[in-house]
Design a protein around this ligand. Structure first.
Ligand code: FES
Length: 111
């Protein structure tokens, strides 16, 4: 049951390639099968983080800031931790987070 890449029963969805992720340490796919997804990490870090990068304030797309390890919204300055939780106003609701992992040469996420 685990051998098939594209069955309708699997929850894991491909959002990009490992090569894309490793290039910058992040991978943004605004039209993935589960909507906008921002994956943070590289194939060398054991732990990938994935969020829906849609700011809970007014819907701008947040950017990952590696230095401070925060998601920062360019519109009104809201900040979120790597866990999606709000760290700075004006956002009040967390970012939605997803499970993420590498499967072969693909980055896959699950709601
Ligand atoms: Fe993100 Fe306002 S839309 S802070």
């Amino acid at each position: 049951a685990c051998s098939s890449q594209q069955t309708t029963s699997t929850d894991w969805q491909t959002v990009g390639t490992v090569a894309e992720l490793d290039k910058t340490g992040q991978l943004l796919n605004e039209n993935s099968p589960i909507g906008p997804v921002l994956v943070v990490g590289t194939s060398n870090t054991g732990n990938l983080t994935a969020v829906n990068p849609t700011c809970s304030h007014k819907g701008c797309t947040v950017a990952w800031q590696a230095q401070t390890e925060k998601f920062v919204c360019p519109c009104h300055g809201a900040e979120y931790g790597v866990d999606g939780k709000v760290q700075k106003d004006p956002a009040t609701q967390p970012l939605k987070t997803y499970a993420a992992k590498i499967e072969g040469s693909s980055v896959v996420v699950k709601q």
